[in-house]
Design a protein around this ligand. Structure first.
Ligand code: ZN
Length: 274
């Protein structure tokens, strides 16, 4: 029996965010209930059908992380569809949790023979990418306003969440509520300029030196280095998420509230169709 947690999954979405279908073999299939309790606890399975966990040598499904929700979609083989509900990374593996339909028919993990077709829900991916990229835009707008003296220099990017309906970026340090209009104006300028969004793989030293905010634990992959997203020439962040290719794709990025508590400023926002 293949231990699903020991198999490395190549995260294709990190190199090609526009790949929405992909053919690969299946490395392992396990009932979720047969996996260790701490692995089971990563998932909220749907109640009606027995959930399974699939691994593949490579995947286009974004695993939940960095504040971005996982992709949903399907993996199809042998007249059976596996509906992917949640995707989690348990290094080095990426686990796809979902249910089969028809539920009594499952395809087999076949040691690299038959192929299965992965398909992500592109509209959800695009929405997640818009919200996620908009979070970087707000971070860079704040960074810009630090250079003009509008915002205090000790304000630093913190954690973020990019869930639809609940998106926010946090900063350590205080941003007064009356700066909202100026942040919004800078965000609007950046989106109107339709800046491009590029992905780089930098070594750790370059990433530490050049990134605007080091939001995640900065640790490069042995082969590729640190994945960095750069927006126009405004700045860059180490990031494993998915992004739009140009800022106009975000639509209108609207700041909602600026709240301060215990030295942390939380800026909530949403994206609207332009
Ligand atoms: Zn990102």
């Amino acid at each position: 029996m293949v231990d699903p947690l020991s198999q490395r999954t190549d995260p294709l979405y990190q190199k090609d965010g526009q790949k929405h279908t992909h053919t690969s073999t299946i490395t392992s299939i396990h009932a979720l209930s047969s996996l260790p309790a701490d692995t089971q606890s990563l998932f909220k399975p749907p109640p009606e059908t027995e959930p399974y966990v699939l691994t593949t040598p490579s995947t286009i499904f974004h695993a939940q992380g960095g504040g971005q929700p996982s992709d949903v979609g399907t993996i199809f083989a042998s007249d059976t569809t596996f509906h992917v509900h949640q995707v989690r990374k348990v290094d080095p593996a990426i686990l796809h949790m979902g249910v089969f339909s028809p539920s009594d028919k499952k395809f087999e993990a076949n040691g690299g023979e038959a192929e299965a077709e992965q398909k992500i829900d592109t509209s959800k991916r695009h929405l997640h990418s818009r919200i996620h990229t908009a979070g970087h835009v707000i971070g860079l707008a704040v960074a810009h306003l630090k250079t003009t003296g509008t915002i205090a220099p000790d304000v630093v990017d913190g954690k973020a969440s990019h869930y639809p309906g609940a998106a926010f970026v946090e900063f350590s340090g205080l941003i007064p509520g009356d700066k909202k209009g100026e942040i919004q104006a800078r965000v609007d300028e950046m989106v109107a300029a339709d800046m491009d969004v590029k992905i780089h793989f930098w070594d750790e030293e370059k990433a530490k030196k050049e990134c605007t905010g080091v939001m995640e634990t900065l640790k490069g992959d042995e082969e590729d280095g640190v994945r960095v997203v750069e927006i126009g020439s405004e700045g860059s962040y180490p990031c494993g998420g998915t992004h739009v290719q140009r800022l106009k794709e975000c639509g209108r990025v609207v700041l909602r509230n600026i709240k301060r508590q215990k030295g942390i400023t939380k800026v909530s926002y949403e994206v609207q169709d332009a």
